[in-house]
Design a protein around this ligand. Structure first.
Ligand code: ZN
Length: 387
């Protein structure tokens, strides 16, 4: 199994110069190749690109040799990917864009795809043609053979994403609970049938306000000035912070779910459809449901859990989790689900309980029997906790 771990780097000023040079030569080489093969008389082929790279580009730009030759050579593979993607979509008559030139400060990255060209030793990273080792913020999380490293620069910081071939990864597999239903929402990121609530990101709101303010000050700065460059970096740092806050919360939730439960039932959220609704769209994009589902699914594979995705038309909110009666006229404003049978429970918790049942119904009968007994207890003792 291949797993990637992304680690922040702490390069010295000299090492940072090397990393910048490597990003620069990779981008430059990619753009040179693209410019050549954009001309109608030059048809793209990987072997022609390689010839052009060896005979023309490398001779013309001697400074490429200051970094590992693999870094610039990788540009051929990257452009080959871009072209084959383009031609495949063209063939299928889908919307497609011709490969684009890489821009400085946006596409700052390079890769080393041969394990001999780099090494991870504890908290240090060795790269070919760099005499000193770069300090990493933490050691590699997975044990196994390192396959490739991708270095990227974002908001003035450097990161190494290291791909590792590793054995199955199953920490604390033993004392997991059987099953859970998860209701995703806007106000609360997730409500679990086990009674746990993951609150939505509150810091995000404050940061979005800050971002708007910074963007308006940027507009007043003169183009090409130092002040403008500084303001731009400040903004990209904040963007980065916001993205990290979002990611951290999603990782926390997906980690908790896959570490704690064997069977996880979630809704099939039609994210594209929901984002069209303007009122909800900001909050939904902020919550990152698409990413969340991906995270849950891949971590479930790592930790041997089953993910059940409920049918999009399954009325998880409208069904009574006690007697099964469907309440057709439930409005979004009703936060408490009250049923004729006497059940009176938080709306989202009710949905989560229904999802949990849905998941169990789709699995083997022995699991179903065992958990139905504990289910009734859970329903009335479930107190809502905030994580
Ligand atoms: Zn009922």
């Amino acid at each position: 199994m291949l797993l990637a771990h992304k680690i922040e780097l702490r390069p010295t000023p000299e090492q940072a110069i090397y990393l910048d040079k490597a990003c620069g030569s990779k981008r430059h080489c990619f753009n040179q190749l693209l410019a050549h093969f954009s001309k109608p008389e030059n048809k793209w082929s990987k072997s022609l690109a390689y010839q052009y790279y060896i005979n023309v580009i490398r001779k013309e730009f001697q400074w490429y040799s200051e970094v590992s030759s693999r870094i610039t050579r990788n540009a051929i593979d990257d452009l080959d990917n871009a072209f084959s993607h383009f031609f495949r979509r063209l063939k299928l008559k889908q919307k497609c864009g011709f490969p684009r030139f890489k821009k400085k400060a946006i596409n700052d990255s390079f890769a080393l795809r041969e394990s001999a060209k780099f090494d991870c030793i504890g908290r240090e990273l060795r790269l070919e043609k760099l005499k000193t080792r770069i300090e990493m913020r933490q050691a590699l999380r997975f044990q196994g053979t390192t396959k490739q490293v991708t270095i990227s620069k974002r908001a003035g910081k450097y990161f190494a994403s290291i791909l590792v071939e590793t054995e199955d990864y199953n920490p604390n597999d033993n004392d997991r609970k059987q099953s859970v239903g998860v209701d995703f929402g806007i106000k609360e990121l997730a409500v679990l049938s086990a009674g746990v609530v993951f609150a939505a990101n509150q810091k995000l709101k404050a940061n979005l306000k800050k971002l708007a303010k910074l963007t308006s000050t940027l507009a007043k700065k003169i183009k090409g000035s130092n002040h403008r460059a500084k303001a731009k970096l400040k903004i990209s740092k904040l963007h980065f912070r916001i993205a990290n806050q979002r990611q951290a919360l999603l990782h926390e939730l997906s980690d908790y779910l896959t570490k704690t439960f064997d069977v996880i039932t979630i809704e099939d959220l039609n994210v594209k459809g929901m984002v069209k609704n303007r009122k909800l769209s900001r909050a939904i994009s902020d919550a990152g449901f698409g990413t969340l589902r991906q995270l849950i699914e891949y971590k479930a594979k790592l930790r041997n859990c089953v993910v059940v995705v409920a049918n999009r038309f399954y009325p998880s909110s409208k069904t009574c989790s006690c007697c099964g009666k469907i309440k057709e006229n439930l409005t979004l404003a009703e936060r408490i689900f009250a049923c004729e049978c006497g059940l009176c429970v938080d709306r989202d918790l009710n949905a989560a309980l229904n999802l949990d049942k849905y998941g169990q119904d789709r699995l083997q009968p022995d699991l179903k029997c065992a958990s139905e007994q504990s289910q009734t207890v859970d329903l009335f003792t479930a107190s809502v906790l905030t994580v």
